[in-house]
Design a binder for this molecule. Structure first.
Ligand SMILES: Cc1cc2nc3c(=O)[nH]c(=O)nc-3n(C[C@H](O)[C@H](O)[C@H](O)COP(=O)(O)O)c2cc1C
Length: 74
């Protein structure tokens, strides 16, 4: 049987690349970085800087902190 192992928790771009290169995981999941970076995949592709998460807007409140982080400027 073949299983897929998805690693998660505190991964940076570099950690994810290393984990894949060393075959320690099949996939890497990103949580908080996705909240603060609506274009996270593109940022990771380009090795672009990430928006910093504001932890004060997590777990409750309204859409602020979930829908208003900026995209990379084109
Ligand atoms: C605001 C918030 C909500 C989350 N909700 C869930 C959830 O409903 N179910 C779940 O399995 N993990 C949830 N998580 C955990 C994330 O999926 C992830 O495991 C965790 O943030 C660690 O990954 P990260 O360091 O890339 O953020 C949540 C995390 C955050 C910050």
């Amino acid at each position: 049987m073949t299983n897929t192992y998805i690693a998660n928790n505190g991964y940076t771009r570099e950690m994810a690349i290393t984990a894949r290169a060393e075959k320690r995981a099949d996939l890497i999941a990103f949580g908080k970085d996705f909240i603060s970076n609506p274009d996270l995949v593109e940022r990771l592709r380009r090795n672009a800087p990430l928006n910093v998460l504001d932890a004060a807007t997590l777990y409750g409140g309204d859409a602020h902190g979930y829908t208003d982080y900026p995209f990379l400027a084109d």
